[in-house]
Each structure stands twice: as C-alpha cells, then as structure tokens.
Design a protein around this ligand. Structure first.
Ligand SMILES: Cc1ncc(COP(=O)(O)O)c(C=O)c1O
Length: 386
C-alpha cells in the first residue's frame, strides 16, 4: 500500500530541539539547559482554582471564544499593563496555548503563496506554521552586533507585493533580546506606510529584566494592525495546562474562532478557570519567579563570558545565546560533544534558523545550583577543546 503524506508535511523538518532532546533523554545525569519551560510548579492558588472548577462540575465545553469572564480578565489585564483596550466579546479568543494561536492566525489570514516576514533566529514553530497554512516564511536574519534586534532596512528590503504580515517575537526565544521602543516605533511607521499587519508573539512579556516591554498594539495606530498573542505558560509556569490567547481586530479574531471551532472547539475548561485565577492572584508569584530568573540570568551571562563564550546580555525571557565560534567547533558539534563528554544539554543555534548558526541557546529555567555545576562542566569542556 502506498502511504502518502501531503507535500507540506513531508517537507516539514522535525524540530531541532526535539531531535536533540530525544538523544539527551536516553542518557543519565544530564544537566539540561535546553528546555524552554519553567522549572517552577504552577502557583498553588492557580492549581486550587483548577481543582475547584472540576469539583463544581465545570467539565463541559465553553463558548468557542473561551469563557467570557476569562476574556474580560485578559482585556482588563492588557488595559492595566499596557493601556490597550480590547472588547472581550469580539476581540479576544482563548486558545490552547500560543501554539494554537499561531496555527489559527496563519490559517485565518494567509492564502497560498502569501509571505510572512520573520526575523531569525526565532522560536521553531513560526516558519512551520506559516508553511502549514500554505504561506511562505521569509527569514530576515538578525545579528549579535545589534543585540539580535532586526534592522528596519532589512525588514523593508524583504517586503514584496505578496507580503501579508511581519512577525515579531519580543522578548525573544532563543536570544533573550527585547526590542526597544525606538525600533518598534520605526516598525510601526513601516507597516503603516506599506499597509501591512503585524503578528506579535508576546508570550514572554512579563519576563523582562530592568527594561520595559513595549506591547506593540499600544503604539499609536497599531492596535488595528496587530494580532497580539499572549499566554500563561511562561509567566505563570502553566505549560502543561495548554492555555493562551490572541487579541486583535474582530474580523481576524472571528476568522480564528471559525478555524478553532472546527479543530479544537474550546480550550480546556479546567485550564480556563485556572488561568482566570492566575490573572486575579498570580502577580506576587510572577514577581517571585522573575527575581529568581534574574539571579540565574546574571550567573549564566557572567559565567559564559568568563569561560570565553561571548554572550550579550539578554533582557528578557529565560535564555542566553552564547557565541561559540571562537571554539572552532560548529554549533551542532559543540552541543553534541558537550552532551556526550560532559552531560550538559544546550540547543544548537541553527535549530532556530540559519541566523542562529554558530550560537547555542542556554536556558536558565533550571535551578541555580544546576546552572553552577553546568558552568563548571562547560568550562572544563572549552578548556579541553581549546
Ligand atoms: C516564543 C514562544 N512562543 C510560543 C510558545 C508556545 O507557548 P504555549 O505553551 O503557550 O503554546 C513558546 C514555547 O516555548 C515560545 O517560546
């Protein structure tokens, strides 16, 4: 029997992160600085809210859009933090994480051949989701010299008559870059001039260190041009609950709801109630986790730099992105050998697009003590190969 996969799926590369972690999972005593998820448990009152929802019998589908109380809480949250106003009834959808929001937005917006400009290195799903929706991802490289903030002229040069949107992810996975206001204001001018949409993945918005997070739709005239994505996975340590949201112009949200209603129906009800409580009582927990991430961030950045792996200071998320080129090894080789020889897992930069080649993603979403030990091992490894 001829088993057939669609061309779109057959040509889809498996995620470089997964490939690497499948190897690490077979080994003992590995310190993983590879994983993109908080090591903290979900705050206790949030877990309780989920349990209470189940006990109350909240075990049914919700509205396709998500619970109205949750959408209203998201709307209030965005107003309080960024002074943007979204109608809970029509401009917000609750999704199965930002992952689903990515799938929905491209399914709703793209026709075959439409192009989406994506600065790289970037989160592994962006290009794949564009391609699965029949679109064409156009990668625009960013560079360590500019702290991995795109150059406006590079974005402009990538625009063609087929460009539908520019995608941004700030704070960035994998680099930890936070796009400064001056850059975003220039980007706003560009999209206004060229009549484009922006899709803005702001899942790490709460994880910034000594700098501001600028919510892109809060810039003048940008709310009508932006689909904003946010989530609970990172700030509230809720990856396994699979819950997030998108906010944007009602026409696009309504298109996303149509795709969502046929593919998902509604985000998990128990997670919606837990997320609601995260917005109500979660702030002190966010602040506590943030303080700990910041302590680890300083350790990682100074540790890697003193080992001789040049690392720019990440201002957001929970990743550092050291430059490995001084070692003479490729990023793949470095990470493979570090794993094999010293049992430390980090992710080769090329997993996040060609622009990540020569770098690696080091996650500090793991304990301070483990990071200290990993740095000793990395130091030993670099001395040995040097
Ligand atoms: C930049 C970025 N966007 C989206 C996601 C997906 O998050 P969620 O758990 O909300 O699906 C991740 C997860 O690692 C991420 O790093």
């Amino acid at each position: 029997m001829a088993i057939r996969l669609s061309e779109k799926v057959a040509t889809l590369k498996p995620s470089g992160i997964r490939k690497f972690f499948d190897i690490a999972a077979t080994m003992k005593d590995v310190i993983s600085l590879g994983i993109g998820e908080p090591d903290f448990s979900t705050p206790e009152p949030v877990i309780q809210a989920g349990i209470e929802a189940l006990r109350r019998g909240e075990t049914h589908y919700t509205s396709n859009h998500g619970l109205l109380v949750l959408r209203q809480a998201v709307s209030d949250h965005l107003k309080r933090l960024y002074d943007v106003e979204y109608y809970a009834e029509s401009e917000i959808i609750v999704t199965v994480g930002v992952s689903e929001a990515l799938y929905l937005v491209f399914a709703a917006m793209l026709d075959p051949g439409d192009e989406v400009i994506i600065p790289t290195p970037c989160f592994v799903s962006y290009q794949a989701e564009v391609a699965l929706a029949g679109g064409v991802p156009i990668e625009v490289p960013t560079f360590a010299e500019n702290n991995f903030v795109p150059r406006i002229e590079d974005l402009e040069a990538a625009i063609t008559p087929k460009t539908c949107a520019i995608f941004i992810g700030s704070p960035s996975n994998p680099t930890g870059a936070v796009y400064p206001r001056e850059f975003l204001v220039k980007l706003a001018d560009l999209v206004r001039e060229r009549d484009l949409m922006v899709i803005s993945d702001e899942i790490y918005d709460r994880l910034v260190y000594g700098t501001e997070h600028v919510c892109f739709p809060s810039l003048p005239g940008m709310q009508e041009r932006t689909v904003l994505m946010g989530g609970f996975s990172k700030a509230y340590a809720m990856t396994g609950w699979r819950i997030g949201y998108a906010a944007g112009p009602k026409e696009i949200i309504s298109g996303m709801v149509r795709v969502h209603q046929y593919s998902i129906m509604s985000a998990p009800t128990v997670s919606q109630y837990a997320a609601l409580n995260a917005l109500i009582v979660g702030e002190p927990f966010v602040q506590e986790m943030l303080r700990e991430y910041d302590r680890r961030r300083k350790l990682v950045v100074s540790g890697l730099n003193s080992i001789g792996l040049k690392t720019f200071e990440p201002k957001g998320a929970f990743y550092a992105f050291p430059d490995l080129r001084s070692t003479g090894l490729s990023d793949e080789e470095f990470c493979n050998r570090l794993l094999k020889d010293e049992f430390v897992a980090i992710v080769p930069g090329n997993s996040f697009g060609d622009a990540g080649t020569g770098f690696a993603r080091v996650s500090y979403a793991t304990s301070y003590e483990k990071i200290e030990e990993a740095l000793v091992r990395i130091d030993r490894f670099v001395k040995r190969i040097g």
